[in-house]
Design a protein around this ligand. Structure first.
Ligand code: ADP
Ligand code: MG
Length: 475
């Protein structure tokens, strides 16, 4: 059976076991990434979903997958934020899957689906992103207006061409671009709108070169009425892709087809792109999105809470808006957690409970608008301290733990250290990997998962762990 089919069936089985709002929140845009007769790797779009699936629903998921893979030994989880873009074919679309049950589903324009067959793989727009649910404030007003102008004049007079939208991570570029594409299609769904994240474009080109089919590749993109090219900065140093993109760009531009591009910085700072490409980008309209102000952040929270059909007290939304200001993605992450907490505990979230939540996600935050007791500081609070404590317990040196000797007596303490650093210091897998001689984050993740699994069945490990934790002043 195909991994996707397995995951669909598993989700169908899980859905009645899990509270609806949780199911929708945590299982959306998930996928089975890899699968064999012993192991299944599940991809999730956010660290929040990771926490929930790997910690709370692990057993349920395991049980259901086991129905299909009787020899199943372990399930692993991995965060891939790209799953959230709605263009990965491995992702199971919950709305589609449960269409018969829950009627109010917005369908993609049919034409889009038909034209998909023509071979442009990446043209799916995510219907979740609309101009209606894009909150306009001073930080994005110009960008929004430019997109509206593009929609309004579409196909007649593409004077903002290309439209170049730039700004930092999590500030709404993808949302705005996709919403623009959706709006163009809503008005005329005979148009071909292609959304392509630049990584995808790179892969397609590499593929086309390998198959000696660059000509077909080029022809395909020429049919497009509107090309939306997301995160162009990733073309840096990819010479051949840049050359190919330059050709596509010129073809479309000469044919008066609309091009919309996003980037994390303005064209003149894209120094690792070819000059001729940068010059092209500056021919049209350049607009930035910046950090939203308090009012905009609050409005985004309102909009999002409404979408989630969650009743969150006004002062809690204000508190979140006040304290999370770096990224809208983070703002939404905290809101999602608050909603989940509320539904799980059947009690209204308060400023205090959300403050704890934010603390948990980011220990060092100074929070405005709430008095909280200082979190009791554990004795071991640096990564080195943890490694040293574990090393002491097992009578090893720190270097043994960090190093790469693959003997069981050393591997286990190494994995325990990774687990403790993850759990107690909330460090990212990447960071932990870096501390352990540049190991890959997946190695760290597997180690943490292994330990948390073993802790459930290995009494010796459990007691070792509790002694180590005591030594470290943790429990
Ligand atoms: P970027 O592409 O700039 O990294 P995204 O478009 O992925 O950012 O935005 C991150 C999240 O924040 C998305 O879930 C998006 O829907 C939301 N978001 C960003 N800006 C707005 C806005 N102005 N109104 C509503 N939601 C927004
Ligand atoms: Mg983006």
């Amino acid at each position: 059976m195909h991994p996707r089919e397995v995951w669909e069936q598993v989700l169908v089985k899980l859905e009645p076991q899990i509270q609806r709002s949780h199911f929708i929140t945590w299982f959306r845009n998930t996928a089975i990434l890899e699968m064999d007769e012993k192991r299944v790797m599940i991809g999730v779009p956010t660290v929040y979903a990771y926490d929930w699936l790997a910690n709370r629903y692990r057993q349920e998921i395991f049980r259901e997958i086991q129905e299909f893979i009787p020899q199943l030994d372990e399930i692993l989880f991995e965060v891939h934020s790209s799953l959230d873009h709605g263009i990965d074919d491995r992702v199971v679309d919950l709305k589609k899957l449960f269409r018969s049950k829950h009627k109010s589903v917005r369908k993609l324009p049919r034409q889009q689906e038909v034209r998909l067959a023509e071979g442009i793989s990446s043209k799916l727009l995510n219907p979740r992103y609309t101009l209606d649910n894009f909150v306009v404030g001073s930080s994005n007003r110009l960008a929004h207006a430019a997109c509206m102008a593009v929609v309004g004049a579409f196909g007649r007079d593409n004077k903002y061409n290309p439209l170049f939208v730039y700004g930092g991570v999590g500030l709404g570029k993808t949302h705005l671009l996709q919403a623009t594409g959706n709006e163009i299609l809503r008005r005329d769904n005979n148009k071909i709108v292609v959304y392509v994240p630049s990584e995808r474009f790179v892969n397609e080109i590499v593929d086309a070169i390998a198959r000696r089919s660059t000509k077909q590749f080029r022809d395909r993109y020429r049919k497009v009425d509107c090309l939306i090219f997301d995160d162009v900065q990733f073309l840096a140093r990819k010479e051949q892709t840049q050359a190919e993109f330059f050709n596509t760009f010129n073809d479309l531009h000469d044919g008066n087809k609309q091009i919309i591009i996003s980037s994390d910085r303005p064209p003149k700072e894209l120094t690792e792109l070819h000059d001729r490409l940068r010059n092209r980008f500056q021919m049209g309209m350049m607009v930035d999105v910046s950090l939203p102000d308090y009012e905009t952040r609050l409005a985004i929270l309102y909009t999002h809470a409404r979408e989630l059909q969650a009743l969150i007290p006004q002062e809690v939304l204000e508190f979140i808006a006040l304290n999370i200001s770096d990224s809208i993605r983070e703002l939404e992450g905290v809101l999602l957690q608050a909603v989940a907490q509320q539904e799980l505990q059947h009690e209204t979230v308060t400023v205090e409970s959300v403050a704890h939540l934010i603390r948990k996600l980011n220990r060092d935050t100074d929070l405005i608008g709430v008095e909280l007791p200082e979190p009791s500081k554990p004795r071991a609070y640096t990564i080195k301290d943890v490694i040293q404590s574990v090393a002491d317990y097992y009578q090893l040196s720190s270097n043994d733990i960090i190093g790469d000797i693959r003997r069981k007596e050393i591997m286990l303490p190494r994995q325990i250290s990774m687990y403790l650093i993850r759990k107690e210091l909330s460090q990212s897998y990447e960071r932990i990997g870096a501390e352990f001689g540049g190991r890959n984050h997946t190695t760290v993740m597997h180690a943490c998962e292994k330990i948390s699994r073993e802790l459930r069945r290995d009494r010796k490990l459990t007691s070792d762990m509790s002694v180590i934790r005591k030594e470290m002043g943790l429990s």
